[in-house]
Design a protein around this ligand. Structure first.
Ligand SMILES: [Zn+2]
Length: 235
């Protein structure tokens, strides 16, 4: 019985395309497994939020000490003012003015302190939000890793199975035909074989002469598409 080499090569191409597709997916999986982009980004955001909070917190502590210090000074000055030890009206007036000035300073400091404390609270909320985002990124990655690892194992075993099929199938093909196939493969984007159907070549869709149609149907020799140069297998 005459071997139909075009049909054999078409089957070989189907296996090769399958292997290429699986290898492509394996590469994607490896890229995804190694991808820490989201975690790196989330970690940087936590650090940035902490860095933004630090000076605000320091400023609030500083203002709080200043308010206490002014309050102590007011109390001290008022004690002196109302102690009765001082009877010089000019000195008393000066003391009262000092108390008034200190109280104005105290009010102003308290307002600044309050605003700063609000900023600290906002900054703390930003830290909490960034930390939650980091936790989510870590959990998402951990979950994804499990799925990807399982898929990787499946793809690796599928590749091995298809490669075995290819080896067995290639062993049945005339080495001269394999050589033609391999020669065309790189030039023709991994698709050196097309199917000849009623509408012509399945790759370039150009109709072929009746002689070519007949030769492809007979399958006794390798026939090429007149337009794209691919080996034609019968449908
Ligand atoms: Zn063609």
């Amino acid at each position: 019985m005459q071997v139909n080499q075009a049909a054999q090569l078409y089957r070989l191409q189907t296996l090769d395309l399958n292997i290429a597709k699986l290898r492509n997916r394996l590469k994607q999986i490896d890229d995804l497994l190694g991808n820490d982009e989201e975690i790196v980004k989330a970690t940087a955001q936590v650090a940035a939020a902490q860095a933004a909070q630090k000076p605000l917190h320091a400023r609030a502590t500083e203002l709080d000490l200043e308010v206490k210090s002014v309050a102590a000074k007011i109390s001290e000055t008022e004690t002196e003012l109302y102690s009765g030890k001082q009877s010089n009206p000019k000195a008393l007036k000066e003391l009262q003015e000092e108390v008034n000035a200190l109280k104005r300073r105290e009010t102003s400091l308290q307002e600044t302190l309050l605003a700063t404390m609000q900023q600290v609270e906002d900054a703390n909320n930003a830290i909490t939000a960034a930390e939650s985002a980091l936790t989510v990124a870590n959990e998402t990655k951990a979950g994804r890793q499990i799925d990807l690892q399982a898929e990787k194992e499946k793809v690796v075993s599928d590749i091995a199975a298809v490669e075995t099929k290819r080896r067995d199938h290639a062993a049945k093909i005339d080495p001269a035909a394999i050589k033609i196939y391999d020669g065309l493969r790189s030039r023709m984007k991994g698709v050196p074989v097309a199917v000849l159907g009623p509408d012509g070549c399945s790759y370039c869709h150009v109709e072929q002469t009746s002689l070519i149609n007949q030769q492809v149907r007979m399958g006794t020799k390798i026939v090429y598409c007149e337009s794209c140069g691919r080996i034609l297998a019968s449908a």
